[in-house]
Design a protein around this ligand. Structure first.
Ligand SMILES: [Zn+2]
Length: 451
């Protein structure tokens, strides 16, 4: 490992230059801008790292380019699958960036650029770990496959079925995903799972046009009230979700998961202070971490109706719309929960409310006592020089279920981003130290998995 670690340090600035080529290429899947071009650049970067790489067409609306890579050695008995994604979130609002969003800029030891942390800079760590192994030892100690998704930021609409149709191609003993931030305490993390998500648009209708709120006010129904009345049926007073059967499938955390959760370094009062709050959302008596990892949510992301501009406008809105996201925990099923929501609306007299399922991810989790877990933990110790925080389930969502549930491959998440990476926000950044330690961790992981 010493030779590999030495090579990483000697070549770090070249690794960054090569990452910058990929970062400069916008790959905004939301409007399908530059994703194809980015896939081509990533194939080249993988080939330069010594990996056999090619583009696979996924089918679906975009027939998007999944970047597949493979490197093996006849003496290896194990295969690691690396998941990552080549697409990024839109950079807007542009004027909130301190430097242009697609021009990688180094300030204060950080690489500022859209995609630096989410996810180009992080999957690049795995490429460079392979390259360093090849340079120092002429081979990798385990076979490695890469699955780089072009549609992660828009809900990976094609991944699940594509993976199901190509099980042999993606067959591996274990998988890794490096995305998202490290622990807020500054320590690295090993995560075993993630919540699922269900993104839904909800629409209510009133009259066939907006109407004067005086001349028509009283008899005419208001679409905004209709939506608000509906939303008020969704939650009980204690903050739990009132949809019939919503919690039926929820798995209660095991004793080991509880112990891990309680060992996580999290200060609730500091968090309240940081966000200018006096109390957290109900229900009371459930810890912050339990809410994040083991409880579902029903979140109103945005509501639009009528007039919200300057001054007043006395109008009865004819349309009201909201976007909601429901975070799901093991073993809730997105489709089942969506159906229960629609049935709830009918049962409460809101059959006129329209629902559109925009996209979804299943929740997924690798058992926290999986025998490979200690190898990932050890790799992080060697790469970051710190004891990782063990996280049974991350609060966020990503298509881990395509690997854990569809392929049946255990997967561990090793986030390499600094805690303040600003993913999805202006001034997204990846600290150079995290980039370096990420490559070291990926390189150490290959050795750990071979042992
Ligand atoms: Zn993202």
């Amino acid at each position: 490992m010493e030779a590999v670690f030495g090579h990483i340090d000697q070549n770090l600035s070249r690794f960054m230059d090569e990452l910058f080529i990929v970062l400069r290429q916008p790959s905004i899947s939301a409007r399908w801008e530059g994703v194809e071009e980015c896939a081509t650049l990533v194939v080249t970067a993988m080939q330069q790292a010594g990996i056999d790489a090619r583009i696979l067409r996924m089918g679906g609306r975009r027939n998007g380019p999944l970047v597949f890579g493979e490197i093996s050695h006849p003496a290896n008995s194990r295969t690691l699958l690396v998941y990552g994604h080549i697409d990024v979130q839109p950079p807007e609002p542009l004027d909130a960036w301190s430097s242009p969003p697609f021009e990688p800029t180094i300030r204060n030891g950080r690489i500022y650029c859209r995609g630096s942390a989410d996810n180009k800079g992080q999957f690049f760590c795995h490429l460079k770990a392979v390259e360093s192994w090849l340079h120092c030892h002429g081979r990798v100690p385990v076979n490695v496959k890469f699955m780089l998704d072009p549609e992660e930021e828009v809900g990976s609409p094609s991944l699940r079925s594509f993976v199901a149709r190509n099980r042999e191609l993606f067959h591996a003993d274990v998988a890794v995903n490096s995305d998202g931030p490290m622990d807020a305490s500054g320590r690295p993390r090993v995560c075993f799972g993630n919540r699922g998500v269900l993104n839904i648009e909800v629409r209510a209708k009133g009259a066939n046009q907006d109407l004067h709120s005086g001349n028509f006010g009283g008899p005419m129904p208001n679409a905004a009230w209709r939506l608000v009345d509906f939303f008020s049926t969704l939650r009980k007073a204690d903050g739990t979700i009132a949809i019939e059967g919503f919690a039926d499938a929820i798995a209660t955390p095991t004793a080991t998961e509880r112990a891990m959760m309680e060992a996580m370094p999290f200060d609730e009062s500091q968090s309240l202070h940081k966000y200018g709050l006096t109390h957290f959302a109900p229900p009371d008596g459930v810890t912050y971490m339990e809410k994040i990892m083991f409880r579902p949510t029903l979140n109103i992301c945005g509501i639009a109706s009528g007039y919200g501009g300057e001054g007043s406008k006395t109008v009865i809105p004819s349309r009201a719309m909201a976007k909601i996201d429901i975070r799901l925990v093991m073993n809730q099923d997105p489709e089942d929960i969506f159906n229960k929501l629609v049935l709830h609306a009918r049962a409460y007299g809101f059959a006129d409310i329209e629902f559109e399922l925009l996209n979804s991810y299943h929740p997924s989790r690798t058992p926290v006592d999986h025998p490979f877990a200690r190898r990932f933990t050890e790799a992080v110790r060697k790469g970051f020089g710190e004891e990782p925080v063990l996280v049974p389930s991350a609060g966020g969502s990503f298509p881990g279920a395509a690997i854990r549930n569809v392929l049946g491959t255990p997967m561990f998440d090793l986030p390499y981003g600094n805690a303040d990476e600003n993913n999805h926000a202006p001034d997204e950044n990846l600290s150079i130290a995290c980039f370096r330690n990420g490559i070291r961790t990926s390189a150490a992981l290959l050795a750990e998995l071979a042992a």
